[in-house]
Design a protein around this ligand. Structure first.
Ligand SMILES: Cc1cc2nc3c(=O)[nH]c(=O)nc-3n(C[C@H](O)[C@H](O)[C@H](O)COP(=O)(O)O)c2cc1C
Length: 207
Protein backbone atom coordinates (compact mmCIF):
# COMPACT_ATOMS: atom_id res chain seq x y z
CA UNK A 1 0.00 0.00 0.00
CA UNK A 2 1.36 3.38 -1.01
CA UNK A 3 0.34 6.91 -0.14
CA UNK A 4 0.28 9.66 -2.74
CA UNK A 5 0.08 13.36 -2.01
CA UNK A 6 -1.73 15.19 -4.81
CA UNK A 7 -1.33 18.95 -4.94
CA UNK A 8 -3.52 21.01 -7.29
CA UNK A 9 -2.61 24.61 -8.06
CA UNK A 10 -4.75 25.88 -10.93
CA UNK A 11 -6.86 28.85 -9.87
CA UNK A 12 -9.55 27.44 -12.13
CA UNK A 13 -11.87 24.92 -10.61
CA UNK A 14 -14.03 24.61 -13.75
CA UNK A 15 -12.40 23.80 -17.09
CA UNK A 16 -8.92 23.28 -15.66
CA UNK A 17 -6.86 21.00 -17.88
CA UNK A 18 -4.26 20.31 -15.19
CA UNK A 19 -6.94 19.28 -12.67
CA UNK A 20 -8.68 17.16 -15.31
CA UNK A 21 -5.42 15.34 -16.04
CA UNK A 22 -4.87 14.97 -12.29
CA UNK A 23 -8.30 13.33 -11.99
CA UNK A 24 -7.44 11.06 -14.91
CA UNK A 25 -4.13 10.11 -13.31
CA UNK A 26 -5.78 9.46 -9.95
CA UNK A 27 -8.48 7.23 -11.45
CA UNK A 28 -6.01 5.28 -13.60
CA UNK A 29 -3.63 4.87 -10.66
CA UNK A 30 -6.32 3.62 -8.29
CA UNK A 31 -7.58 1.26 -10.98
CA UNK A 32 -4.13 -0.31 -11.08
CA UNK A 33 -3.41 0.02 -7.34
CA UNK A 34 -6.80 -0.06 -5.55
CA UNK A 35 -5.15 -0.42 -2.15
CA UNK A 36 -3.26 2.90 -2.48
CA UNK A 37 -4.43 6.09 -0.80
CA UNK A 38 -4.42 9.55 -2.35
CA UNK A 39 -4.28 12.56 -0.05
CA UNK A 40 -5.38 15.78 -1.73
CA UNK A 41 -4.11 19.25 -1.03
CA UNK A 42 -5.66 22.08 -3.03
CA UNK A 43 -3.52 25.16 -2.52
CA UNK A 44 -6.17 27.33 -4.20
CA UNK A 45 -9.23 26.16 -2.25
CA UNK A 46 -7.14 26.25 0.92
CA UNK A 47 -4.42 28.86 0.32
CA UNK A 48 -1.09 28.40 2.05
CA UNK A 49 0.06 31.36 4.12
CA UNK A 50 3.19 33.09 2.88
CA UNK A 51 6.21 32.68 5.12
CA UNK A 52 6.63 35.69 7.39
CA UNK A 53 9.46 37.27 9.35
CA UNK A 54 8.94 34.97 12.35
CA UNK A 55 8.61 31.88 10.10
CA UNK A 56 12.08 32.51 8.72
CA UNK A 57 13.44 33.22 12.21
CA UNK A 58 11.94 29.89 13.31
CA UNK A 59 13.52 28.04 10.39
CA UNK A 60 16.96 29.13 11.65
CA UNK A 61 16.38 28.73 15.39
CA UNK A 62 17.00 25.40 17.18
CA UNK A 63 13.66 24.11 18.47
CA UNK A 64 14.91 23.97 22.09
CA UNK A 65 15.18 27.77 21.89
CA UNK A 66 11.69 28.28 20.46
CA UNK A 67 9.44 30.98 21.89
CA UNK A 68 5.67 30.55 21.64
CA UNK A 69 5.74 33.02 18.76
CA UNK A 70 8.34 31.02 16.79
CA UNK A 71 6.43 27.83 17.50
CA UNK A 72 3.23 29.35 16.16
CA UNK A 73 4.99 30.80 13.10
CA UNK A 74 6.40 27.41 12.07
CA UNK A 75 3.43 25.17 12.87
CA UNK A 76 2.06 25.23 9.32
CA UNK A 77 5.51 24.39 7.92
CA UNK A 78 5.77 21.48 10.40
CA UNK A 79 2.37 20.19 9.33
CA UNK A 80 3.06 20.45 5.59
CA UNK A 81 6.49 18.82 5.93
CA UNK A 82 5.01 15.97 8.00
CA UNK A 83 2.37 15.47 5.30
CA UNK A 84 5.05 15.40 2.58
CA UNK A 85 7.32 13.03 4.48
CA UNK A 86 4.45 10.62 5.16
CA UNK A 87 3.85 9.75 1.49
CA UNK A 88 5.60 7.56 -1.07
CA UNK A 89 4.74 9.53 -4.18
CA UNK A 90 3.90 13.09 -5.10
CA UNK A 91 1.46 14.17 -7.82
CA UNK A 92 1.58 17.84 -8.76
CA UNK A 93 -0.86 19.42 -11.22
CA UNK A 94 0.63 22.72 -12.33
CA UNK A 95 -0.42 25.30 -14.92
CA UNK A 96 2.13 27.69 -16.37
CA UNK A 97 1.44 31.18 -15.03
CA UNK A 98 3.65 33.89 -16.49
CA UNK A 99 6.31 31.40 -17.54
CA UNK A 100 6.54 29.79 -14.11
CA UNK A 101 4.48 28.11 -11.39
CA UNK A 102 1.36 29.61 -9.77
CA UNK A 103 2.15 31.68 -6.67
CA UNK A 104 -0.27 29.45 -4.72
CA UNK A 105 2.13 26.54 -5.23
CA UNK A 106 5.17 28.72 -4.51
CA UNK A 107 3.66 29.54 -1.10
CA UNK A 108 3.56 25.78 -0.35
CA UNK A 109 7.16 25.37 -1.57
CA UNK A 110 8.35 28.21 0.68
CA UNK A 111 6.79 26.46 3.67
CA UNK A 112 8.27 23.02 2.98
CA UNK A 113 11.80 23.91 1.83
CA UNK A 114 13.43 24.14 5.24
CA UNK A 115 17.02 23.73 6.35
CA UNK A 116 17.61 20.75 8.60
CA UNK A 117 14.18 19.33 7.74
CA UNK A 118 13.91 18.87 3.99
CA UNK A 119 17.48 19.73 2.99
CA UNK A 120 20.83 20.17 4.63
CA UNK A 121 23.85 22.25 3.70
CA UNK A 122 27.38 21.45 4.86
CA UNK A 123 29.03 24.61 3.55
CA UNK A 124 29.86 23.02 0.22
CA UNK A 125 26.91 20.99 -0.94
CA UNK A 126 23.21 20.43 -0.41
CA UNK A 127 21.60 17.14 0.54
CA UNK A 128 17.90 16.52 0.03
CA UNK A 129 16.12 15.01 3.04
CA UNK A 130 12.70 14.32 1.53
CA UNK A 131 11.91 10.61 1.47
CA UNK A 132 9.29 10.68 -1.33
CA UNK A 133 10.34 8.06 -3.90
CA UNK A 134 9.01 9.63 -7.08
CA UNK A 135 7.16 12.72 -8.26
CA UNK A 136 4.65 12.88 -11.10
CA UNK A 137 4.15 16.37 -12.46
CA UNK A 138 1.37 17.34 -14.85
CA UNK A 139 2.08 20.68 -16.54
CA UNK A 140 -0.30 22.66 -18.73
CA UNK A 141 0.70 25.53 -21.01
CA UNK A 142 -1.56 27.97 -22.84
CA UNK A 143 0.48 27.91 -26.05
CA UNK A 144 2.87 25.42 -27.60
CA UNK A 145 6.64 25.48 -28.00
CA UNK A 146 7.93 25.28 -24.42
CA UNK A 147 9.14 21.68 -24.44
CA UNK A 148 11.25 19.37 -26.63
CA UNK A 149 13.54 22.18 -27.79
CA UNK A 150 10.59 24.30 -29.03
CA UNK A 151 10.92 28.04 -29.77
CA UNK A 152 9.85 29.03 -26.23
CA UNK A 153 12.12 26.60 -24.37
CA UNK A 154 14.08 29.49 -22.88
CA UNK A 155 10.79 30.91 -21.47
CA UNK A 156 10.05 27.70 -19.60
CA UNK A 157 10.72 28.35 -15.91
CA UNK A 158 8.05 25.85 -14.93
CA UNK A 159 9.38 22.38 -15.74
CA UNK A 160 13.12 23.08 -15.21
CA UNK A 161 12.37 24.82 -11.92
CA UNK A 162 10.23 22.00 -10.54
CA UNK A 163 12.75 19.39 -11.69
CA UNK A 164 15.60 21.23 -9.98
CA UNK A 165 13.60 21.87 -6.82
CA UNK A 166 12.38 18.28 -6.46
CA UNK A 167 15.88 16.92 -7.15
CA UNK A 168 17.30 19.38 -4.60
CA UNK A 169 14.85 18.06 -2.00
CA UNK A 170 16.04 14.51 -2.69
CA UNK A 171 13.38 13.33 -5.16
CA UNK A 172 15.55 12.23 -8.07
CA UNK A 173 12.83 10.39 -9.99
CA UNK A 174 10.58 13.04 -11.51
CA UNK A 175 8.17 12.23 -14.37
CA UNK A 176 6.55 15.03 -16.33
CA UNK A 177 3.32 14.89 -18.34
CA UNK A 178 2.71 17.85 -20.57
CA UNK A 179 -0.28 19.40 -22.29
CA UNK A 180 0.71 22.37 -24.39
CA UNK A 181 -1.54 24.77 -26.35
CA UNK A 182 -4.56 24.47 -24.03
CA UNK A 183 -5.84 27.82 -25.35
CA UNK A 184 -5.75 26.54 -28.92
CA UNK A 185 -8.69 25.12 -30.92
CA UNK A 186 -10.65 22.15 -29.56
CA UNK A 187 -9.13 19.65 -31.98
CA UNK A 188 -5.57 20.54 -30.91
CA UNK A 189 -6.47 20.44 -27.22
CA UNK A 190 -8.13 17.04 -27.66
CA UNK A 191 -5.10 15.59 -29.47
CA UNK A 192 -2.64 16.97 -26.91
CA UNK A 193 -4.75 15.83 -23.95
CA UNK A 194 -5.15 12.34 -25.39
CA UNK A 195 -1.39 12.12 -25.87
CA UNK A 196 -0.77 13.02 -22.20
CA UNK A 197 -3.40 10.48 -21.11
CA UNK A 198 -1.69 7.79 -23.18
CA UNK A 199 1.63 8.65 -21.52
CA UNK A 200 -0.02 8.42 -18.10
CA UNK A 201 -1.54 5.03 -18.99
CA UNK A 202 1.82 3.70 -20.19
CA UNK A 203 3.65 4.96 -17.12
CA UNK A 204 1.05 3.56 -14.71
CA UNK A 205 1.06 0.19 -16.49
CA UNK A 206 4.84 0.05 -15.93
CA UNK A 207 4.87 1.47 -12.40
C1 LIG B 1 -2.49 34.19 -14.81
C2 LIG B 1 -2.19 33.33 -15.99
C3 LIG B 1 -0.94 33.37 -16.57
C4 LIG B 1 -0.64 32.56 -17.67
N1 LIG B 1 0.61 32.60 -18.20
C5 LIG B 1 0.90 31.79 -19.25
C6 LIG B 1 2.21 31.78 -19.80
O1 LIG B 1 3.12 32.44 -19.35
N2 LIG B 1 2.45 30.97 -20.86
C7 LIG B 1 1.48 30.17 -21.39
O2 LIG B 1 1.74 29.45 -22.35
N3 LIG B 1 0.23 30.15 -20.87
C8 LIG B 1 -0.07 30.93 -19.82
N4 LIG B 1 -1.32 30.91 -19.27
C9 LIG B 1 -2.29 29.93 -19.79
C10 LIG B 1 -2.36 28.70 -18.91
O3 LIG B 1 -1.07 28.11 -18.72
C11 LIG B 1 -3.28 27.68 -19.53
O4 LIG B 1 -4.57 28.24 -19.69
C12 LIG B 1 -3.35 26.40 -18.70
O5 LIG B 1 -4.22 25.48 -19.34
C13 LIG B 1 -3.87 26.72 -17.30
O6 LIG B 1 -4.02 25.51 -16.56
P1 LIG B 1 -5.47 24.98 -16.20
O7 LIG B 1 -6.14 24.66 -17.52
O8 LIG B 1 -5.26 23.81 -15.36
O9 LIG B 1 -6.20 26.09 -15.48
C14 LIG B 1 -1.63 31.72 -18.20
C15 LIG B 1 -2.90 31.69 -17.61
C16 LIG B 1 -3.18 32.49 -16.52
C17 LIG B 1 -4.56 32.42 -15.90
Amino acid sequence: MHNILRIDSSSRTEGSHSRELGDYFEKAWLNQHPEDRIVRRDVVAEPIEHIADQTIAGFYTPTDQFTNELQAATTLSDRLIAELQSVDFLLLTVPMYNFSIPSALKAWIDQIVRIGRTFSYDGASFTGLVTVKRAYVICTYGVGGYTNGGPFSAFNFLEPYLKLLLNFLGIQDVRFFTVEATTSDNATVTVNTKQAKREIDTMIAEA
